[in-house]
Design a protein around this ligand. Structure first.
Ligand code: SF4
Ligand code: SF4
Ligand code: SF4
Length: 272
């Protein structure tokens, strides 16, 4: 019973969002959308509890493909940050706006950067690369993310200011080209820096939303200092290089944790 408690809680949270949006927006799409995501994530947590090694990848592929292929390519919604700006400027309450609000702005207050660990379709591909743990020291180039963030905002603002026609179609192509660029840059960086998550650490514009919100996250990995023997295993297996033994929110890279639980699985003293 204890083992299905957490997956059930997670499912209940998603179902609450699903039913609330379905009834308030009078659109049954939200019921299917959030139920599907909730079931995928909850089942993945259940598999993790059952010690299935690829549990997280399971959710990442189910949710990532759904968003990229179904919502993006088939339904034609730009689910990237440009799509968020676009729907925000038009005042339309579409999937991209809700997706950003739930996964990347309000959600991280509760589940931190769970999005980055379990659902992002960019990381879904990058996590297949061979460098699960960085083989090179961290670079001081994270400022690049502010530039990519600004470019995305300026790009969409310019379309509106210039009164460009048929922006919807432009946004669809921006989604396709943007994803190709993300994958190309992400794969090249991963191979050059020998770090699958280099794109997440230095380039991704979405972290401008994710990092400050996840600072306040309720769900966090904590270290039981009375059990910890300071062996350093947790940091050595962390894809984001987080020092998870420091419980302070102000710890270095405190907003980098993607809740992958690799440190938890590898701690020899069950201190996490
Ligand atoms: S940092 Fe960006 S690319 Fe990386 S997992 Fe998070 S949202 Fe995806
Ligand atoms: S792996 Fe466990 S025991 Fe080792 S430093 Fe991390 S929390 Fe402490
Ligand atoms: S290994 Fe631990 S600290 Fe590092 S990202 Fe995963 S859950 Fe967070």
């Amino acid at each position: 019973m204890k083992k299905i408690f957490l997956p059930l809680i997670m499912l209940a949270v998603f179902e609450t969002v699903a039913i609330t949006l379905w009834l308030t927006q009078n659109n049954i799409f939200y019921l299917f959308n959030f139920s599907y995501i909730g079931m995928s994530v909850s089942f993945s947590i259940f598999l993790f509890i059952k010690k299935y090694t690829d549990a997280r990848r399971f959710a990442q592929i189910l949710v990532g493909l759904y968003m990229l292929v179904y919502l993006g390519f088939i339904c034609g919604e730009n689910m990237q940050i440009e799509g968020f700006w676009y729907y925000l400027f038009t005042g339309m309450f579409e999937a991209a706006t809700i997706h950003y609000a739930v996964a990347k702005i309000i959600g991280p207050l509760f589940f931190g950067r769970g999005w980055c660990g379990y659902a992002c379709w960019t990381a879904m591909v990058l996590d297949f690369l061979p460098y699960k743990i960085s083989e090179t020291p961290r670079k001081k180039i994270a400022w690049i993310r502010y530039i990519t963030f600004a470019i995305s905002l300026i790009f969409v603002s310019a379309l509106f200011l210039a009164h460009v026609g048929n922006i919807e179609k432009i946004m669809f192509w921006a989604f396709i080209i943007g994803n190709i660029l993300y994958y190309a840059v992400g794969i090249i960086l991963a191979l050059v820096f020998k770090d699958n998550r280099a794109f997440c650490k230095y380039i991704c514009p979405v972290t401008i939303f994710l990092k400050p919100m996840s600072y306040f996250s309720l769900l966090r990995i904590k270290c039981d200092k009375s059990k910890c023997i300071s062996c350093g295993k947790c940091k050595s297996v962390c894809p984001m290089e987080v020092d998870v033994t420091d419980n302070s929110r102000k710890r270095k890279n405190g907003t980098e944790c993607i809740l992958c639980f690799t440190c938890v699985k590898n701690c020899p003293k069950n201190a996490l």
